[in-house]
Write a new protein. Structure first.
Length: 426
């Protein structure tokens, strides 16, 4: 029933970036999933009966101050909501305010939120650009008695969902496994039969929960499995899955990936997408169904086909250059799509030259040529443009480019074209 899926374009792009060297990395994480903010994922969990701490979200300092009053006790946790790890050790670019997570007196919540909202948080994962903080999450303060680790993901070897757990949490699963491989518990789930209450209780017991806490943990595990299946997740990771000093068992922090391929039937979840957390050029590319990933080189690439795209990246590296992006226009691109793609790559301030490399099969060379000419006429040509066309309707494509009078460099030889693109980027 389960067959090996084709590699996602994002995965191909990430592979190409690693192969091309120079420490290339996507400025936005190459992925095939939707990521939600912490408060959004916890809200989804609640809908499926998973125990989570009391939380509220605020988008203004005044709102944070008012909502902080609704929590029990004298203190409240204020957490910046950006899609990046390491928030607690980060800092805000505009005011150098240290830390994206604070435990404060309730009457101080508004002032702390003021220092975060509308600012840019920089962490080890965001890079120098940082991520904008448009909301903060207020959470109840509690004491943790013990921390566990729990995750569900799709496992090719077992042909279905795999639950992973550990009696030890609060740190990365890689660190746990390195210290004590026997501490990792794995339990495959038959996707046709689903997760039974007995299996959930067994998993809770193996993770070290006992008595009433084991029952509570099992109930949340069942709820998390429902989230995983019914929301089309590719991964649900809970760390820590904690037992509190008051006896409760709650999901304290979570990382959830929702499969982009299921967007058509998960509108409610995908409507929560925060575009402010993503690279603006990647967001624009998605509007036209372009497979685009920004990288940190200087030579922009527009290619059709993931394989040719990787070869192009490799050849640019061998020629002494570095690709500025992964851009596969696919086989069904139109003149409008090509125009949009050209605008995106020319609009990248890091780009010094543009290399269009097309092998015409399903994608015809004349369509590419028409799109390039239309784009240049609309936005102008401010950077050296190298075009290689081979395949279906190549002569028509070349004729369109020649008659356009554009100051471009046409080169049919792959190696010479790549070298030229690198030379003109210097």
């Amino acid at each position: 029933m389960f067959s090996r899926p084709a590699r996602s374009v994002a995965a191909v792009a990430a592979t190409a970036a690693r192969r091309s060297g120079h420490g290339l990395m996507a400025t936005a994480c190459a992925r095939r999933h939707l990521s939600l903010h912490e408060y959004q994922s916890l809200s989804v969990f609640q809908d499926f009966g998973v125990a989570v701490p009391k939380i509220m979200v605020a988008k203004t300092a005044e709102e944070a101050a008012e909502k902080a009053k609704l929590f029990d006790g004298d203190e409240v946790v204020v957490k910046t909501q950006v899609l990046a790890g390491g928030r607690g050790l980060g800092y805000f670019k505009e005011n150098n305010f240290q830390g994206g997570v604070h435990i404060v007196k309730k009457d101080e919540a508004g002032a702390i939120a003021e220092s975060m909202l509308g600012k840019t948080l920089i962490t080890k994962q965001t890079g120098a650009a940082g991520k904008p903080c448009n909301a903060v999450m207020l959470a109840e303060k509690f004491q943790i008695k013990s921390e566990k680790y729990f995750a569900i993901l799709m496992d090719r070897s077992s042909g279905g969902p795999l639950m992973i757990g550990s009696k030890t949490g609060g740190t990365s699963i890689e660190d746990i496994a390195a210290k004590d491989p026997s501490a990792i518990v794995k339990m495959p789930v038959d996707i046709m039969e689903g997760l039974s209450s007995a299996a959930a209780q067994e998993m809770a017991a193996k993770m070290g929960f006992e008595g009433a806490q084991a029952e509570s943990a099992a109930k949340s595990i069942e709820g998390l499995y429902k989230v995983f299946i019914e929301c089309d997740c590719s991964m649900v990771e809970i760390n820590p899955f904690a037992e509190l000093t008051d006896g409760r068992v709650v999901v304290c922090d979570a990382k959830v990936n929702y499969d982009n391929n299921a967007e058509f039937r998960q509108k409610t979840v995908h409507d929560k997408r925060d575009l402010s957390q993503e690279d603006a050029m990647e967001v624009e590319a998605k509007k036209y169904d372009l497979n685009y990933i920004k990288l940190d080189g200087q030579v922009a690439c527009m290619v059709n086909g993931a394989g040719l795209a990787m070869s192009t990246m490799d050849l640019l590296k061998l020629s002494g250059g570095f690709p500025a992006n992964f851009l596969d226009v696919g086989g069904s691109a139109s003149k409008e799509t090509i125009t949009a793609a050209f605008k995106i790559i020319q609009g990248d301030p890091d780009v010094k030259s543009i290399f269009i490399n097309i092998f015409g099969g399903i994608m015809r060379c004349d369509v590419i040529a028409e799109g390039v000419v239309a784009a240049v006429k609309e936005v102008g040509l401010t950077k050296p443009l190298i075009v290689r066309l081979v395949g279906t309707n190549v002569e028509q494509g070349k004729k369109i480019l020649q008659e356009s009078g554009l100051p471009l460099h046409a080169e049919s030889d792959f190696t010479k074209a790549a070298k030229l693109a690198v030379d003109l980027a210097e």
